[in-house]
Design a protein around this ligand. Sequence first.
Ligand SMILES: Cc1ncc(COP(=O)(O)O)c(C=O)c1O
Length: 299
Amino acid sequence: METTDKIWFNGKLVPWSEAKVHVINHTMHYGTGAFEGMRFYDTKKGPAIFQLDRHIDRWLYSAKCLHMKVPYSKAELRQATIETVKVNKIKEGYIRPIAYYDHGPLRVNPVDLPVGVAIACWPWGSYLGEESARLKVSSYIRIHPQTTYTDAKITGHYVNAMLAVREATEAGYTEALMLDYEGYVAEGSAENIFIIKDGIIYTPPLGTILAGITRESVITLAKDLGYKVVEKKLKIKDILEANECFLTGTAAEVSPVGQIDKQKLQNQLGPVTAKLKKRFEQVICAEDEKYYKWLTFVK
Ligand SMILES: Cc1ncc(COP(=O)(O)O)c(C=O)c1O
């Protein structure tokens, strides 16, 4: 992993190697961190963070689900994110903010524990690679919505994601595809999923999945391009019979899917996916002023 100079750590920018926590912290023991993943891109107007406000909103929502009182306002966290990118002087990369229950009396109920906050960034290229992804239908199902807040980005949820992606990559696949507790298609370990059938774009509704910000952005872009987008419960059969399939995520961006288990899909990179992928790339690189509202330029 390529590191950077500074991490914003509880109000200060400190050297990367000094942003440390005590081993007796609640989040490490119980998975109670609220975190985010954002990307920033090199544009003609300098580095630009994609959907910063939406990510900070979801970060604070995840913290709220954990009853965590983050000791900074939205405006302060926003500014801290911008400063972290600026001070590290890299043109594009990934941003990882986290809020956690810190060192204190250790028991499951984190009453009165201090809350720590860190924001790091580093260079990070393509996540799923350049070829179309091959997905393995996971033997692990996506967490049940009555066990936790499945639309929040909470560290403990990623035990489920980690087991699924590990199983998939060990079997030679690019990524896992998890079903929900009713057997409907949910999402990848770190991506939402879309299919295209007869010109209509379908994606699973919110309920058991993470409310992806790339998902939301791509739905808007698709509608702006004139496509009909339908949020609907999907079965694996629907993907196998679809004309195209793709994943969305901060890490994965817009990534075409070409195979589910042993079955090759109709298109490895279909025309609608290619169009949306291109459109998304134009937007994140600040090539369309209409979507500047989604970009925070780091001057
Ligand atoms: C489980 C899961 N689903 C979907 C996504 C995609 O969400 P976003 O587009 O906000 O990165 C992510 C990544 O954050 C994820 O971890």
